[in-house]
Design a protein around this ligand. Structure first.
Ligand SMILES: C[S@@+](CC[C@H](N)C(=O)[O-])C[C@H]1O[C@@H](n2cnc3c(N)ncnc32)[C@H](O)[C@@H]1O
Length: 241
């Protein structure tokens, strides 16, 4: 089985020996990979839809790991009891759905140590919600795949003040752009590509605003974002002495 770079990056963030619950497991490739490579010895894969659950059963049987993976039908954390898993992966869903999954099952959520989240949309809103609800984003990573940049967040329950890495020191903590680009990202080539793509996106918006209206009220904010993102790249390229 060859995992996509997105799933491979998620797998690398799982600490060896934990009990993983993969919520929305679909085909079950992630949990199969973790068990097959002896990263974990037991895990639970769950999905709200029967088709994916059947596909996951098939994957687990194919790899002969049925005694190490429990496959369950059900939405979010509903098929889980408190203290059954200590790491939850929720990947490939919208940020709002991930937030709703947290809200639906507070007792199970409270019992889980680590969450590895890969929102497809609404990443900024999810970050804000997590930080406002006593979660700490301890690490973030970009997985690059065919010109797409997937944001992966490692989250724990810690309500304490958080700090910004040096390359983000020019942001204030309530800056909307900061919530869009992440606060604890590993600085690597994929992260640089991700920031460059954001600059490109804001440059297109700025051009459109300039072409349509003279002195559009949003232009100043968009140009400020471009400047702040360029400064991120500059800070990365000129490390502090
Ligand atoms: C796009 S797939 C992602 C699969 C896999 N996690 C990945 O990242 O490759 C989304 C999966 O989540 C499942 N799903 C959607 N809403 C869900 C929910 N509330 N609880 C559990 N599974 C859900 C879907 O049935 C689907 O199999």
């Amino acid at each position: 089985m060859k995992l996509s770079n997105r799933l491979k990056t998620i797998a690398e963030l799982v600490e060896p020996g934990v009990t993983v619950g993969d919520i929305g497991s679909d085909h079950g490739y992630l949990i199969a990979e973790l068990v097959k490579n002896n990263i974990i010895s037991y895990g639970i894969a769950s999905d709200i839809n029967k088709g994916p659950v059947d596909n996951c059963q098939q994957t687990i049987q194919t790899y002969g790991i049925s005694d190490q993976v429990d496959v369950r039908l059900g939405g979010g954390f509903v098929p889980y009891q408190p203290n059954e898993i200590n790491t939850a992966v929720i990947a490939g869903m919208g940020g709002e759905l991930i937030r709703d999954i947290f809200l639906e099952s507070p007792e199970v959520v409270k019992s889980i140590d680590t969450f590895i989240l890969q929102p497809m949309t609404g990443q900024d809103a999810l970050r804000i919600w997590l930080l406002e609800n006593d979660f700490q984003i301890i690490k973030e990573k970009i997985a690059e795949e065919q010109d797409r940049f997937y944001e992966i967040l490692v989250v724990k329950h810690i309500s304490k003040p958080w700090s910004l890495p040096n390359h983000l020191k020019h942001f204030s903590k309530d800056d909307a752009l900061l919530m869009e680009i992440g606060i604890k990202m590993d600085v690597d080539a994929s992260y640089i590509g991700f920031i460059e793509k954001k600059i490109g996106k804001y440059e297109v918006i700025a051009d459109n605003l300039k072409n349509h209206t003279e002195n559009h009220p949003k232009l100043t904010e968009v140009e400020k974002n471009i400047q702040a993102l360029k400064e991120v790249l500059l800070c990365i390229q000129t490390p502090e002495k």
